[in-house]
Design a protein around this ligand. Structure first.
Ligand code: RIB
Length: 307
């Protein structure tokens, strides 16, 4: 069983000819709204990848709440741990340019009032707890403590930026997923590294026993556990919108690890899901199902490389 402790948003997305610089206005034709939030996106991605998933989080009592949850409901995610609080549902305002790159601004709304106590009675030995950084820091730390106490495994996604704040928590984590920027922030906080080369951060993020995964966008990933290091090259796909690709990666990786797949296969399935998620607009619309993931993952190679 996977339990996702994380954010739930409604995404307001505008396609733009290019992303604005600070102080600039760039005009696009129209906007679309999609369910989003890193926690919800990862829960949906894990469910579509075949896992049993429970979501713990909050929406407001406003017009956005139902729309934010619709995909999770359809995918059969257990929403009994999602509270409807007096306040506003989290919102993300997202610009996407012609190359699929994005710029995201979030308003937390009731995501800021999610507390770790909501996990009580909902985690068991062997479960996988999946967390990101869109909730407040205190509840994230407390959730990790609770998972440790009851013998659940912990996957922490260092997104969004500001990952240096996590340095005190990674020692309790079984699987750590960061993009290149987040990995650099964490390595700087953990061991004062100034390197911008992702491979240079593998050992620091892995520590002694952890599986550390550094995602590299169109370049794929590098990962390390113990003395073993791997690389997976990303397949080439026609990119429409990269929003949520990292979440699709995390959800599919979590689903594979939860069902007991070996690390190499789990890394290939995560990579396949992340690539497929770039093929349509919206963070959740393009989240692939288990068959699409397996078909593409079969074509990928997880290569052992020197550490
Ligand atoms: O990772 C993508 C997500 O980040 C979006 O869905 C948006 O809600 C923000 O949380």
């Amino acid at each position: 069983m996977i339990t996702v402790f994380g954010s739930i948003n409604l995404d307001l997305v505008v396609s733009l000819p290019r992303l604005p610089a600070p102080g600039e206005t760039v005009v696009g034709p129209d906007h679309q709204s999609f369910p989003g939030g890193k926690g919800a996106n990862q829960a949906l991605a894990a469910a579509r990848a075949g896992a049993s998933v429970r979501m713990i989080g909050a929406v407001g009592q406003d017009a956005h709440a139902e729309a934010a949850l619709v995909n999770l409901e359809r995918a059969g995610v257990d929403l009994s741990g999602v509270r409807h609080l007096d306040g506003t549902t989290g919102i993300a305002m997202i610009g996407v340019d012609g190359r699929g790159e994005n710029l995201i601004m979030c308003a937390s709304g009731v995501n800021a009032r999610v507390v770790a106590e909501w996990l009580d009675g909902r985690l068991a030995r062997g479960d996988l707890l999946v967390l990101q950084r869109e909730l407040s820091a205190g509840p994230i730390a407390e959730a990790i403590g609770r998972a440790r106490l009851c013998g659940a495994r912990i996957l922490l996604n260092a997104a969004p930026s500001g990952a240096g704040e996590l340095a005190g928590l990674v020692g309790d984590v079984d699987v750590l997923v960061a993009n290149a920027g987040e990995a650099a922030e964490l390595a700087a906080a953990l061991e004062g590294s100034e390197s911008v080369v992702p491979e240079a951060h593998c050992a620091a993020l892995a520590g002694g026993r952890r599986l550390a995964v550094i995602t590299l966008g169109a370049r794929g990933l590098v990962a390390q556990q113990g003395e073993q290091r791997w690389r997976v090259a990303a397949p080439s796909v026609e990119v429409v919108d990269t929003t949520g690709a990292g979440d699709a990666f995390v959800g599919a990786l979590a689903a594979a690890l939860d069902r007991g797949a070996d690390i190499e296969r789990a890394l290939c399935e995560g990579t396949a899901a992340g690539a497929l998620a770039c093929k349509a607009s919206g963070a959740q619309s393009s989240s692939p199902d288990d068959r699409a993931i397996a078909t593409l993952a079969d074509t990928l190679e997880c290569e052992s490389i020197a550490g």
